[in-house]
Design a protein around this ligand. Structure first.
Ligand SMILES: [Zn+2]
Length: 445
């Protein structure tokens, strides 16, 4: 009986998939049906195990079809992306973007950045703020930044109620109550994707334990910046006993907390933690990525689960430049482009429980990055300013957010000015263009 039900279920699932395939193949969409078609790009979609040249069609802000050939006549707008890589919009799950409060020396203030200036230009469409706000100031962060940004901004809530505002706040064990933290997370389900503990200097386990309590109550993961290295709370204990499967250890190649032993081997606690399901995130930042840790770890097979920047004012112009720069470093260490893209799209999306993101499945939000892989002589620096030479570098050509162009480096979606009417004004259309849709009158056809 069960096998019959399974058979029916499988058959139903298959037939449910067939109409989507037909859309692109046997039943061509009518002329101008899709809003936008990216033609001839090499699609990398880790969720769907796809790395091949494909056309990608978009309608109403969502992915409508991915197929070897989609008729250009079926789309209102076609952009030729031959020779480029088409990936899901990048997901950077460790940034600091609670800017604008005016507070000095604070990540709920001057140490943070407004996201839109640092995201679309490098293909990032989703970021997760890593604990700048706590339950006391999350709603201020939401009102100030999350609700006003074009970038999709999600958040890890700091277990410290006051948020990431400096040692006086972050070492205050009295302001790490998991109950109001979990309540705030449940109130903003989906927006608050986890809890963060960071920068703690003391010997106690309280910040980690309370973050895990809040995470268990709200059903979301915990991200740990393990703060000051203390013998009373060794890394192996954190990874093998304190964290749950799905919790995230960030700054995993910093070397600041014995990630690499004196024998040059990856800490056995890291390997055991991974076996238990703990997630390892890069979180490069200004002071959390060293070649002398990352290279041996990678050589020993300890690859990251997700690649993230730890973007803030102290990292943005340092060894870390942006997410593509961090991805480049992993290419330089020998990871494949498919791996690096997976680590910056589908893997972080899954880690923050947003499985609708980081992929190009039909129906997914049409957040898309179009990347160029340049060949040449490049160099990449770590937290200590040590350089590694590399021969590949990613550049973002085009970014779509919700199916519309939000960044176009070389104008590949734009018409040549000499082909336009003498008094041309607006060249785009709101169906696909969010860069210049409101400027000037609609051009006459
Ligand atoms: Zn950080």
């Amino acid at each position: 009986m069960i096998s019959v039900i399974r058979f029916i279920y499988r058959t139903f699932r298959l037939t449910a998939l067939i109409p989507m395939a037909h859309l692109a193949f046997s039943q061509p969409a009518p002329a101008g049906f899709y809003d936008l078609l990216l033609k001839n790009g090499h699609v990398i979609d880790a969720k769907n195990g796809l790395s091949a040249v494909r056309d990608v069609a978009i309608k109403d802000g969502a992915i409508a079809a991915v197929a070897a050939q989609i008729d250009p006549a079926s789309a209102f707008k076609v952009v030729d992306v031959s020779g480029l890589y088409v990936t899901p919009g990048l997901v950077d799950m460790h940034v600091h973007v609670y800017a604008g409060t005016g507070e000095r020396n604070s990540y709920a203030g001057d140490n943070s950045l407004y996201p839109d200036g640092y995201t679309f230009r490098v293909g990032v469409t989703t970021v997760a703020d890593a604990g700048c706000s706590g339950w006391r100031n999350f709603e201020d962060f939401k009102e100030r930044i999350i609700d006003r940004s074009k970038t999709r901004v999600l958040a890890f809530l700091n277990i410290v109620g006051a948020g990431m505002r400096g040692p006086r706040f972050e070492n205050d064990l009295k302001d790490m109550d998991p109950v109001p933290a979990a309540e705030m997370a449940l109130k903003h389900k989906g927006l608050i994707v986890g809890f963060k503990t960071a920068h703690y200097a003391g010997p106690e386990w309280t910040p980690v334990e309370n973050a895990v309590k809040a995470g268990t109550a709200a059903g979301i993961p915990v991200m740990v910046d393990f703060g000051e290295d203390r013998p009373q709370r060794p890394l192996a204990e954190l990874l093998t006993h304190k964290l749950r499967p799905g919790d995230i250890y960030t700054h995993c190649y910093s070397g600041l907390r014995h990630e690499l032993g004196d024998d040059g081997k990856v800490n056995p606690g890291m390997i055991e933690g991974r076996r238990r399901g703990v997630i390892f995130d890069v979180g490069h930042g200004g002071g959390s990525f060293a070649w002398r840790v990352a290279v041996p770890a990678i050589q020993q097979g300890f690859l990251p689960d997700s690649i993230s920047t730890d973007l803030h004012v102290g990292s943005m112009n340092a060894g870390m430049k942006d997410l593509l720069n961090v991805m480049d470093k992993f290419l330089a260490m020998g990871l494949s482009l498919d791996e690096v893209v997976g680590d910056s799209t589908w893997h972080p999306a899954r880690e923050i429980h947003h499985e609708e993101l980081g992929n190009l499945s039909v129906g997914a939000p049409a957040d898309v990055a179009v990347l160029r892989l340049e060949q040449g002589h490049f160099g990449f620096t770590d937290m200590y300013g040590a350089r590694m030479a590399g021969t590949e570098r990613l550049e973002c050509e085009l970014t779509l957010r919700g199916g519309k162009v939000v960044y176009d480096l070389n104008g590949i979606s734009r018409p040549d000015w000499q082909t336009l009417p003498k008094n041309y004004t607006r060249t785009g259309d709101p169906r696909w263009d969010a860069v210049t849709p409101g400027r000037g009158a609609t051009p006459r056809r």
